[in-house]
Write a protein that binds this ligand. Structure first.
Ligand code: C5P
Length: 311
C-alpha cells in the first residue's frame, strides 16, 4: 500500500507526523526509495541481517558504568540466555486476532514474543498463553495505567525494553534525556524482580531498521522509530530459525478495533500514525515466504531466520 490509499483522515494524520522530525533524523546518502529496483524478499532479509544486530545495553557502555543501576543489566546476551531456537511466534496485538482460534498453534512454537500490555489470561484460545519474551516500550513502563511495576502480566518470560532516542544521540545524551523515564523504571523494576532477565535495546537498532524501511519505500515515511511489531519481528529473526508473525499483516478479520484486549477503535493502530507502520508492513509482505492464503485466512507470515539464510 502507499499513503495515497489511506482514508482522508489517516492521510492527514500521516502528513502531520511526516512533517515533524522530533528525533532529528538525517537522511543518509542512499536516501528514500533508493532501492527502486524493489529488492526481492530474500535480499531484503539479507539486508536486515547484514546491516543490523540485536544489540542490548551492557554495563560497561557509555555512562552506564558510573551509575548504580548498571549492575542490574544482564551479563549474558539474549541469544546466550535463550539458546538457539527453532520455531518462534510473534503475536501482534491487533483486534483482528479475536476469534482466530490461533492459540494452540501459537503455543506450539519454541518461543513466543508478545508486546507491551498484551494479556493472555481470558484470551488464550486466540493468542495462546506461552510468553517467552515481551517487548515493551518506555511509554508503557512509565504509564500509571499499565501498573508496570506491580502487574503480574510482566513477570513471565524475558523482558526487552526500548525507548526512541534521537537519531544520532550517543548513549550519554540519551541517558540524560530519554523520551520516557526508561532507566528509572528499569531500575525500580529490577529491584522488585531481581531474577527476571530484563534487557534494554540499544537505540541504534531502531534507527538502522528505519534506514532500511525508508530506503526500500518509494515515498518519504514518518521520521519516527518502527513499531514494536517490526522491532520484535527483527528480534526473533535473529534468534530463531523460522518465525511466524500473527495478525501483523491483517487477515480477512481486519477491523478498526485497535487491540484484542480493549474496546478502542482506530484504523491508525493497523495502518500507522506515529510509526511508519504501513511501510514496515509492506516490507514484511515482500519478505513473506508463506502463502497469501495464510495471510488472508490466518494473518500469518512465515520468515526464515537470519541463521538459515544464505546471503
Ligand atoms: O499497540 P502496541 O504497540 O502495543 O501493539 C503491538 C504491535 O502490534 C504494534 O507495534 C504493531 O506492530 C502491531 N499492531 C498492529 N495492528 C494493530 C495493533 C497492533 O499491527 N491494530
Amino acid at each position: 500500500m502507499s499513503s495515497t490509499q489511506l482514508n482522508k483522515r489517516l492521510q492527514k494524520v500521516f502528513l502531520n507526523y511526516r512533517a515533524m522530525n522530533k528525533y532529528n533524523v538525517v537522511q543518509r546518502d542512499r536516501g528514500w526509495g533508493s532501492n527502486r529496483a524493489q529488492l526481492a524478499g530474500h535480499e531484503l532479509l539479507c539486508m536486515l541481517k547484514e546491516r543490523t544486530n540485536v544489540e542490548t545495553l551492557q554495563s560497561h557502555q557509555g555512562p552506564l558504568d558510573v551509575v548504580d543501576w548498571a549492575k542490574y543489566l544482564p551479563v549474558q546476551n539474549l541469544s546466550e540466555e535463550l539458546g538457539p531456537l527453532k520455531n518462534c511466534a510473534v503475536v501482534s496485538s491487533a483486534g483482528s486476532i479475536q476469534r482466530s482460534s490461533l492459540g494452540k498453534e501459537i503455543d506450539s512454537h519454541d518461543a513466543v514474543l508478545r508486546f507491551n500490555g498484551a494479556p493472555v489470561l481470558r484470551y488464550a484460545d486466540d493468542v495462546g498463553k506461552k510468553t517467552t519474551l515481551r517487548l515493551i516500550n518506555s511509554q508503557v513502563m512509565a504509564s500509571e495505567n499499565h501498573k508496570f511495576l506491580d502487574n503480574p502480566l510482566y513477570t513471565s518470560g524475558i523482558l526487552v525494553a526500548w525507548d526512541p532516542a534521537p537519531y544520532y544521540a550517543n548513549l550519554s545524551e540519551w541517558f540524560k534525556k530519554p523520551d520516557y523515564p526508561i532507566f528509572k523504571r528499569y531500575k525500580e523494576y529490577r529491584q522488585r524482580h531481581p531474577n527476571q532477565p530484563f534487557y534494554i535495546l540499544h537505540p541504534q537498532v531502531q534507527w538502522r531498521l528505519w534506514d532500511i524501511i525508508q530506503e526500500n519505500t518509494e515515498e518519504r515515511i514518518q521520521r519516527n522509530p518502527p513499531s514494536s511489531g517490526f522491532l520484535g519481528t527483527f528480534l526473533m529473526l535473529s534468534l530463531c530459525d523460522l518465525v511466524h508473525v500473527y495478525e501483523y499483516l491483517p487477515s480477512r478479520r481486519q477491523t478498526d478495533l485497535c487491540h484484542y484486549y480493549e474496546k478502542f477503535h482506530d484504523a491508525a493502530c493497523t495502518l500507522g500514525a506515529y510509526h511508519p507502520l504501513l511501510f514496515e508492513k509492506n516490507l514484511v509482505k515482500r519478505m513473506n515466504q508463506g502463502s497469501d492464503l495464510d495471510i488472508i485466512l490466518h494473518g500469518k507470515v512465515t520468515l526464515h531466520g537470519f541463521r538459515t539464510l544464505n546471503c
